[in-house]
Design a protein around this ligand. Sequence first.
Ligand code: G6Q
Length: 548
Amino acid sequence: MHNRSDMMPLAQRPAWLALKEHHSRLLKKDLRTLFEEDPDRGERMTASAAGLFLDYSKNRITQETLRLLTDLARETGLPAQIERMFRGEKINSTENRAVLHVALRAAPEDVIMVDGKNVIPGVYAVLDRMSSFVRKVHDGTWTGYTGKNVRNVVNIGIGGSDLGPVMAFEALKHYSRRDMTFRFVSNIDGTDFTEATRNLDPAETLFIVCSKTFTTLETMTNASTARAWLKASLGSDDAIARHFVAVSTNTEEVRRFGINPENMFGFWDWVGGRYSMDSAIGLSTMLAVGPERFMEMLSGFRKMDIHFRSAPLPENLPVILGLVSFWENSLFGCATRGIFPYDQYLKRFPAYLQQLTMESNGKHVTMSGTRVGYDTGPVFWGEPGTNGQHSFYQLIHQGTRIIPSDLIGFLHSLNPTGSHHTILMANLFAQSEALAFGRTPEQLKEEGVSEDQIPHRVCEGNRPTNVILAERLTPETLGALIALYEHSVFTQGTLWGIDSFDQWGVELGKILAKRILSELESPKNPDLSHDTSTNALIRRFRSARRQE
Ligand code: G6Q
């Protein structure tokens, strides 16, 4: 339940008004000035937790900003909301659900009650079943229908049932079994399935059908195609039992599809799709890196969870990250945020964060259903460094829009190769410095640049960055990094007063296509009652199909 002060509109809160006033004064100061006035800020405006280090000094904030932001966090009830989440209260109010991804990585002795039942034993029961299944696949006790070992794993799922597993597989590839092949099919475009299975031997292939609801059109269509592909080669429906496992909350639909519920790994309605990669949805991750590494990843999540729940707000890493992002989005009007991991293994991390942040905080009404009077979730996007530097960084350095960004790097490489890692990190540090301080006309003049060239070469700087560092990319670091962003999303959502855990826009997408699908499938029916554009597009498709 929310108390009256939790429901007060943001724009009327005293801390918001103080923050706005402070913002208008701070607007006059760029990062250069802020560093001149407070030279030690680079050492002081940092925080560490769960093996991660955050330098947030190159944002346009002062100690006063942070104080006002934490005041606002308290006024909006953030500490109480954090407690409600960890205690299993139904803070996802539009779906009347608890929000308990933190239970997925809680310690075995923890107790979290949902509807009068401790959910932790259930979490560990599933983890134990996953581990035992993975061991059987790895040691060859679990074989395919013809007796061959499983050498290929194909994860079928979409959205939250895909992005986490793909990201984690790529991120932890260094630790993965190189004698197995892992593929991921999400798109309804038949090309995705065709290419993913092109050179695989069905007799050695295991499909994991990941779907919380087990009704998602894309996933069920791909799963049916996979079943037909397998049967065409192995010749019997009996083969399905050895080549298909399901991850779902919907036992009935799993059974209806033809997968024995004994080969199903469950999770719960209190795990949101985009918060599920550490549940059984991570089965492909466990198959890739083994149960021990998977548990190390969970322990990284847990360390960040404990920090988020217990650290004072001004020292709390996810809270600071969330507050800074809120400040830049809602006060400075920065509509997007760049995520630039300086690590090739994290190449899918920006795509993963895109869903986590934008599906969670892309909301236009508050918890009470009234329209917000401010911008909510920024657009997240990104690519690994240094690739981005040779393309879109131009706009970040010299464009007219300010794009705050997070640069993520590791002190040690998992693949030390000559001077590669030192060059990589030099680039990360140099970008953060250049974005903050730019190149002034005076500097350019001193360098002998001609007058007419100077305007083109000036980089104004004053572009904010966070730098996030860790020792090396381990399963534990990855868990901590994901939890950092999960909780920072929650922090921002709480300040905006929105429900970060529903996704009605995505649900709409799931039903929209169905009507048009039937119109495309029955081209004889001439009655189309859409707008003229949609009608014409449908006719064009029908006519192309007639000519096939
Ligand atoms: C996640 C979203 C969404 C969901 C997919 C797949 O938070 O709700 O991305 O994960 O639509 O849903 P299923 O797992 O039910 O197939």
